[in-house]
Write a new protein. Sequence first.
Length: 72
Amino acid sequence: MCNYFENEFVNKKDLYILKITDNKFSTKYVLSLINSSLFSYIKTKGSTSATKDDFSQLTLNDIRILPIKKLA
């Protein structure tokens, strides 16, 4: 589950903060992909530790290897 914020905020240390630094990718585009059922399926099927009862989390490395296409 990802969210988008434009205002400054304080968060707990168990949350990841992501900032898109490559101009090829829109922040909201990447957000929509991370929240998609397809990416959830890819993550669940690709994880050896994911089971029916687990709530798997994306790590920074998981996000780096996601198959995100450049917007035209």
